[in-house]
Each structure stands twice: as C-alpha cells, then as structure tokens.
Design a protein around this ligand. Sequence first.
Ligand code: BGP
Length: 467
Amino acid sequence: MSVFPQDFLWGAATAAYQVEGAHDADGKGLSNWDVYSHLPGTTYMGTNGDVAADHYNRFKEDVALMAELGMKSYRFSVSWPRIFPTGRGEVNEAGVKFYSDLIDELLKHGIEPMLTMYHWDLPQALQDEIGGWESREIVDAFEGYARLLYERFSDRVKLWATFNETIVFTAFGYLTGMHPPGVKDPKRAIQACHHVFISHARAVETFRKMGVQGQIGFVNVMQPNDPISDKPEDVKACEFAEGCFTHWFFDPVLKGEYPAELLAMSQAAFGVPAFAPGDAELLKNNICDFIGLNYYKREMIAANLDVDGFAMNTSGQKGSGQELGFKGLFKMVRNPNGRYTDWDWEIYPEGLTDAIMRINKRYGKVPIYITENGLGAKDPIVNGEVLDQPRIDYLRDHIQATAEAIKLGADVRGYYPWSFIDLLSWLNGYQKQYGFVYVDHENNLARKKKLSFGWYQDVIRTNGEKL
Ligand code: BGP
C-alpha cells in the first residue's frame, strides 16, 4: 500500500520568466528581469529569458506532454506585466487570454492548475515609478493584480500561491545585489521584505472577502540549517541562521507575526521593519491555508569571524563556489562528508524529511505541498538520448524522504519536481537543467523526453509505489 493519499497531487513546476519567452509579445510590458538580464555581467554568459523555452507559443504541445507524463497538477506562475503592462491600470486582455487558454488546456487533460502570482518578474514600470518593493504603494498594486486574477481565473483555479521564495528575491535583490534591482543594503532589504508580507496578507484578505472557493498559500524555500560541529559557538550561529532563513519567512504567514527576538534586533540595528497602522492586525488575521515548500539542499553553519560576502558558483565548475557568510553572525560551510552537485549544492534527501517535520513542530499540522525539488545538472546525451539517471536517483530519494514525513504524521498533499521542462536558470543560464523534457537549443527548441520522463510516469501511475 502506498503511503501517499489517493488524491495526492503528483505534479511538476515552472515559472513564467524561465519558461515562456515571448517577452514582448501581444502587449506584454517589460519586467525587471527583461531589463536586468540585458545589463552586462548580471547573468551567466549574458543569458536571458527573451525566448526561454518558448512555452508561450508551444503551451499546447507542452500540456500534451504533461498529460502523457500523467501529471495530476501543474504549478506555473503568471507574469504580472503580461496582465498589467505597467503593473496597474489598464489590463492587457491578450495576456489574460494566454493564461485562460493554458488553464483550459490543463483542465481538458484533467490537470489541476496551481497558480503562483509572483515568481520574481515585477513590472519594470513599478520599479521605475514607485521604487518596486521598497514602496508602500506596491501593496495596492499587488492587491489589484491579485483581484484581477481571482476575477478571471477563480472559476477554474483552486490552488493559489501569492509569492515564490521571498527570501531569494528580497535578499538577492536588496542585500547581495545579485538580482534586480541590484541593491546592497540590509535596511532596504528588510523593509522591502515587509511590504511583501503585507501584500501577501492583503491578497489573502481579498481572496476571502471575495469568497473565492479554493486554498491560498505562500511558497518558501527551506534549507534546514545544521551546525558543522557541536561547539557552542557553531550551535549558536546555526540557531541564528535558522531564525533568519526560516522563522523570519514562515512565522509572518503561518503565525501572523515576526519572530519576536529577531524583530527586536532588526529594529534596534536598522530601524526596520517599519509598521504602518494596521499591519500587525493584517498579518494576524490572514494566516494562509497551506505552505508551499521548495527544497533542494541543506546548509551547514559555523560561527563566523572572518568571511564577509556572497559569491556563488554559477558556472557549474564543481568547487568554484566560495564560503558565504555574514561576518560576526554565521557562515555557510562545506560538509566534508557531503555529496555535492556541480553547482556545489549538497545532496541530502534526509533534509527534506527534516524540513517538513521542522514546519510541523513549529506550526502544527499545516497542509504542505512540496512545490519545488530537483537536481540541476548538465545532462549526458548518448546517441541522442538524454540519460539523466542522476536526476532519477535524486528524485527517488527525495520522494522517499517525503513518504517518511507522511509516515511521521505530516500532511503533505502534493509533490512538484522542479522543473517540468528544461528552462532558464536565473543566474546559471541554460546549461543547468532540471526538466523531464529536454529542449534542443540547436534544433528550434524541439522537445524530447528524457530517461526520467518514463521513470516519473511510473511513479505517478503507481502513486509512488514504484520508485
Ligand atoms: C528556486 C526558484 C526557481 C528555480 C530553482 C532552481 O529558488 O524558485 O525559479 O530557479 O530555485 O534554482 P537555480 O535555477 O538557481 O538552480
């Protein structure tokens, strides 16, 4: 007997900027990524999502492949500037039609849509006109966008997520400067992040006021932090890292408040987050229905008196990453006994069981969807076949880790590997692949099923019994 419930949602995920292409088609406005990726030196070898996997034009072919794979659900994101070219005001009906057609096509094949409203592609006009996430005005703009999505799609979409990985687009966007708008300032990062939580809460409030039938959640990445040794200074550094990376991002949406100690520290050090009247109540009254959990790796943490900086391996040359850290607080260090990908991400399936159970412990039995999990690799091609056995091994071990958590009592309702099809990796170009479907960039973006495609087909068909 499978430990996965009968109605478990076996799916796969993508995001608009990474898969759609057609960046200026049919009235779409520019996003922050359309602009940023064209600035010299921002992405791996200058790669961008102008064309990506051309999913915008080939979505019917892609949905047919999803159906062949047996997917029960598909997680995708909506590009805000496709709907509102300048972020608010006039609606671009052609953009609405694209997602409406996509949703119809999915439902025609019995595939349940899971819609993410914001997977990092902000209308550039909102950046230019109001200052993006740093501005309080963004809350109204986001609520207007959310409302339009509910009006047009809630007759067919039942699973909604507001934001994808707030830690990444706020910390990379405003703290390390690696994502748009390329700012490096903790104070600005923390306030931008606060506006995301408030926008989320407002979108949840509107969802409920409008009586939308469905569930609304928030997607966070979680990399469980473990201390590199049992020395008290490493354990303490690790607790602090877990607070910053995990509690800061889960507490506001699952408890309706920030972790008190960290909040006090942040306000003392930087004067932020600054609350507007009503913010605390808004957070408290709009706890979300589920959490989307993205899991790729864990982080080993050590006390840190020396490292100050953030330089990632974006080339896929194993070992080229540097130690990352915040001086005086903690650093992320390599596990001498760990297995690593070519991008220096630790492969640690037990960490997924751990991540799920840490959520359970802190927040109770909240419904969880694993909204991303996967192996980024340069897949071997032998006689024209894409033999991605390492991906199969990775996913199998992580599905088992999910089963473990279910056995321990967690309410896990779905599993969406990243990604359905090969697509753009934000900072790592097209050579870091994750998909079940290969996209041939030398041959007009032709689709080809990888070895993992047939394997995942069996997993879904047997409800996770045949791994
Ligand atoms: C998550 C993002 C995805 C995806 C994935 C893989 O953080 O939500 O959009 O990109 O990570 O990351 P990468 O492409 O950097 O390997």
